[in-house]
Structure formats: structure tokens, C-alpha cells
Design a protein around this ligand. Sequence first.
Ligand code: F6P
Length: 330
Amino acid sequence: VKRIGVLTSGGDAPGMNAAVRAVVRTAVNRGIECIGIRRGWNGLINHDFVPMDSNSVSHIIDKGGTMLYTARSEAFMTPEGREKAIATCKLLGLDGIVAIGGDGTFRGALALSRQVAQQGETLQMVGVPATIDNDVGCSNYTIGFDTACNTAIECVDKLRDTMQSHERCSVVEVMGRRAGYLALYVGISVGATAVLIPERPVDFDRDVVEKIRQARLSGTTHYMVVVAEGAGSAVDIGKRIHEELGIDPRVTVLGHIQRGGSPSARDRETASRMGYEAVQSLAEGRGNRIICTQDGKVVDLDMEEALAMTKVFDMERYRVLEATTTGAGD
Ligand code: F6P
């Protein structure tokens, strides 16, 4: 392996920069040249790339966002778009690519690799999971999740101060279109009155009305409802609370604030380990892998098998949430 590319794709996540840095530094230390591909897969289609060395990734380990920019590429989803990308890979003489992102990014990587294989050639892909949703099936953990949790918790703690003074109900929407990990962790950590996640069918009476009633009976005068965006809209839930309980909730959608900020220790450390492992895989001839964490260890799995894996609903944490938030204030 002489030359590899690195890119970030999909929604950004704090720690992506730390992963890019680890990829570049590990490659350079092994005598492998590294090209930064900008704006996700679009960079390969549009000839948007930059040669990288150790210095080009200085002073980014603590920065949120991604210095390589990111995008969700429609063009790359078509064979014609990928053909343009293949031409760029050939022009650059790339032996492999480290793609940092979520499931969609890895599906794109696999499609590209297969298209190259159909032409009798090889382009090795390695995926590094990074998304604040923590929803990559094969990996216990995705880069960015911890920072996003901490950001959301800080916001909810602030909201609680004012909700407590005014004896109000707050409905907070956190990100997570298909996954409720962020809502679940935040709900446990702030002592939410109720938490709604896409993995569990919502029964409004049982999951919201009854929870607020119980909290009210126990003497609490402020309530915190946390909803994952995939489980419903906080605005609608606020309206229903008003209709059914006669209280006047305040609604906050945390939105993209959860995607920014300086990465936490956990995200910097995990990103560094995953970025290192990604280059090791390529250098040792193991292509088409996804770097995962399993039981605290960083491992690489076959990309196709890893993409077929789904996460088992986190029942243990859900039980903790149920046991610690029912029937009283935070
Ligand atoms: O995939 C991460 C995520 O933040 C989701 O939680 C959210 O639904 C989505 O990205 C928002 O994407 P966009 O950046 O396109 O608004």
C-alpha cells in the first residue's frame, strides 16, 4: 500500500478531526502517502482533494466539525457518479480509502469497491464509524456520541433551572432520526420525567400523561420530557400535553447544536484508536473492513457482514431509565 485517501461523509460528528489526524499520522509513520478527499464522496467526483502530511493535521484534535468538510452525495449513489469517482481514484493512484461516517457512508464505500472489482481491479475500503446517533449496527460506539450527549445534558440542565423556578413542563427534542440512544442516555442522565424513543412504540397515555401525573402526585412541580426526533415532534407532543393535562409546556428543539463542539476525551481517544486501526488494516492487506468497538476493544470486521448487523435494543439501559425516573422528580 503506497497511497491512501481519507474522507468524512454524512452528518458531521465531534471527533471526526481526531480520526482524520490519526489516519494521516499513522499513514505517514508507515511511509504511506495520504490524500485528503474533501466534501465526502463528492470530492472524488469533483476532483476536490488535497495532499496531507503530519503538519496538515496539527491543531485539529480538539476541534469539532471536520477540516475535510462533509456532504451527503446524491451523485455517488448512481453507477455513473461512482464511475467518475473511480476515474479519480485511478488518477490519484489510490490503493485504499478510509471513509469516516455512518452506515450510508459505508454502503457507498462497498458499492464503490464492488464496481471497481467488476472491472477486475481492487480498491480497498475501510470504514470508521462516526455519528452522534450511535446507530452503526456492528459497533458498540460511534465517534461523536459522547460529546453530543454531554452537550445535550448541559442544555437540559439549564432548561431545568428555569422550568423549576416557573414550575413548568419542558419538552426537549434531541437528534436521532432512527435511533434513540442520545435520548436514552440524556434521559437517564438528567432524570427526565418521560423519554420517547423510536425503538419503542409510543403510547402517549402510558409514556407521557401517566408519567407526568405520577411525578405531580409525588409533589414535583416541574417536568422534563425528552423526545428523540424519530419518535415524534416536540411541538406536537407539547400540544398534546396541553390538551390532555391542561398545562402549558415550553418546547425546545436542540437541533444542530448537538453536532458541534470540542470532542470529549472519549471521542478523541476512540477516534485516535479507530483511525490508527483503519490504516493498520489497509497496510496489512485487510480491505473492505469496518473498524468497530466491541466490549471496549477496537476490532475490524468484514464490511459486508458488519453492514448486515443490527443493534439489539438496549433493554438494560431502558430498564434503568424506567426504574429511576418513574413516580418522582429528577
Ligand atoms: O445522522 C446524524 C443526524 O444528526 C441525525 O440525528 C439527524 O436526523 C440528521 O443527522 C440531521 O441531518 P442534517 O445535517 O441533514 O440536518
